[in-house]
Structure formats: C-alpha cells, structure tokens
Design a protein around this ligand. Structure first.
Ligand code: NDP
Ligand code: 8X3
Length: 257
C-alpha cells in the first residue's frame, strides 16, 4: 500500500542530483535519509530541510563502496524513519578522461567500485526494508553514457552500461512484487560532476560554455514525476537531455548562448 509520504533514502545527497532530489521530495513532505562521505554537507542540508518543511530527516556518513558502511547507513536510516519505501542509488562519479589502455588503477577502481559495486551494495541493503513496508521504488541513476560510448570515457561508460544492466535484471527479478524499478539516465548536467572528473575548475566550467545544460533540479523533477505515477505504471528508463544536446555523447551539442 502506497503511503501518502514515502520514506526516501538518497545516496550522494551532498551535492548535485542527490541534493536537488532531497530538496524536491522534502517539498512533497517525504521523510528523508540522506547520505554521502561529506557528512557535514548532508547534516547542514538535513537541518535546513527539517526547519523548512517540518519533516524527519536522517543524515549519515556513507561510503557506498564499503559493504559495512552501506549496510550500517541503510539500517540506521530505516530504524530512524520507521521503514523505507524508496531508494535513490545516486552516488557516483567519473574520474579523469583516459583511453582504455591509459587508465590508472586508481581511476578504474574509483568508477567501478562506486558506480557499479556501490549501487549494488546500496540496493542490496535497502531491499529488505522496501519489502518489509510492502511498497517500494528503486531508482538507479544511469546516464546517456550507458546508452553510448565516447573516447576517454571507456570505463565510465562501462560502469553506466553496468547500471543499465542492473536495473534491467532487478526489474525482472522483482516482477510481481510491489516494487518499481526505474533508471533515470541524464545527459550533460552542471553539478560537481565535471569538477570531480577533471579536478580543474576552469576545465569543468568550459564543458558547459555556451550551452544550457541540465541542472540538478531537472533530474530531481524526473524522479518526483516517476514516483507520482499510479502504482501499476513503471517508467523503466528515462533518458533526459538538455535541448542543447541532441546526441548521447557530446558529438551534437549546440553552443549558441
Ligand atoms: P556530483 O559530483 O554533484 O554528486 C555526486 C554525489 O555522489 C556526491 O554527493 C558525492 O558525495 C557522492 N559520492 C561519490 N562517491 C561516493 C561514495 N563512495 N560514497 C557515497 N557517496 C559518494 O555529481 P552528480 O550529481 O552529477 O552525479 C550524481 C550521479 O549522476 C552519478 O552517479 C553520476 O554518474 C550521474 N550522472 C551525472 C551526470 C552529469 O552530467 N552531471 C549525467 C548523468 C549521470 P561525497 O563526495 O560527499 O561522498
Ligand atoms: C554524465 C554524462 O556525457 O559526461 O554521465 O558522460 S557524460
């Protein structure tokens, strides 16, 4: 049975899509559990949302690459909120731009461990809680990079193709249970993503020069909408791009501004 205000757990809530989703769903009255490694940021966001909307917000440090950290965060969130209905497995990153034969182990492992293993660990820890409440929705945050590939993005694209496969498998595995599975797959969006990838503020800024990229709140709105649909409606995949980006890669980007 769908609750009036589903309890939503979001990983990677310290910036970008995760933070924006927290803000949008808080506005809908949803109790929230917010996690990231930069716990000071989620604590500040939690305090702000509690004061603004009068909703319960659990905050905690989580490193989604680590099984024990993930499980502890998810279990504590469920205990604090009195159950979980929705998980947004959003934490992820790109690390560098390397040809396949050039990538250092550090970047290779950062992307695969966060974007694939971390997502599995988050969803695996959350599912028993979704099943216990009897109504649920799992959101994966994929990417257009899961639908195509580009030079210098081999491992990131592989990780997001992996996310697409995880969403597909989970949907098959949960068929018949009251748990929906959606992958929201955005194109270029101006968050901290490019800063993390390039470790260079000027280069990150230049990526969006002259175009109007997606913003965190655009992706948050997609999540809110998928969640709002009637129980028998499952949005499997939602590919969402700026009107200035016509191809899944940067091959067709309009920089007219
Ligand atoms: P941001 O860099 O703004 O946010 C990434 C979030 O992930 C941060 O809150 C970060 O928190 C968290 N995170 C990273 N690693 C870990 C970890 N090991 N454990 C816990 N949290 C972690 O980028 P976006 O909001 O853009 O990215 C969110 C998701 O969207 C990612 O999966 C990304 O791949 C995907 N995406 C991004 C697009 C874009 O163009 N921006 C387009 C398509 C998809 P902290 O560092 O505090 O741990
Ligand atoms: C992020 C989109 O094009 O930078 O997932 O890979 S892109």
């Amino acid at each position: 049975m769908r609750p009036e205000h589903p309890h939503v757990l979001i990983t990677g809530a310290s910036s970008g899509f995760g933070e924006a989703t927290a803000r949008v769903l808080a506005g809908q009255g949803c109790p929230l559990a917010l996690g990231a490694r930069r716990v000071d940021r989620v604590e500040a966001l939690g305090a702000h949302l509690r004061a603004l909307h009068g909703i319960p917000v659990f905050t905690g440090a989580v490193d989604t690459r680590d099984t024990a950290s993930c499980t502890a965060f998810v279990d504590a969130a469920a205990a604090s909120l009195g159950g979980l209905h929705v998980v947004v497995a959003n934490a992820g990153l790109a690390s560098g731009v390397h040809k396949v034969w050039e990538i250092p182990d550090e970047d290779l492992e950062a992307m695969l461990r966060t974007n694939v293993e971390g997502v599995v660990k988050t969803v695996r820890a959350a599912l028993p809680h979704l099943r216990a409440t009897g109504w649920g929705h799992v959101f994966f945050i994929g990417s257009t990079a899961g639908h195509s590939a580009y030079e210098g993005g081999g491992v990131y694209c592989a990780s997001k193709h992996g996310v697409k496969a995880l969403a597909h498998s989970l949907r098959l595995e949960l068929c018949g249970e009251a748990i929906r599975v959606t992958s929201v797959d955005p194109g270029m969006a101006e968050t901290e993503f490019a800063l993390v990838r390039f470790r260079d503020a000027a280069r990150a800024k230049a990526l969006y020069e002259g175009l109007r990229p997606l913003r965190g709140e655009d992706v948050a709105e997609c999540i809110r909408w998928c969640l709002s649909l009637p129980d028998h409606v499952n949005v499997d995949e939602l590919i969402v791009k700026s009107t200035d980006q016509a191809s899944h890669t940067m091959a067709k980007v309009h920089r007219g501004a």
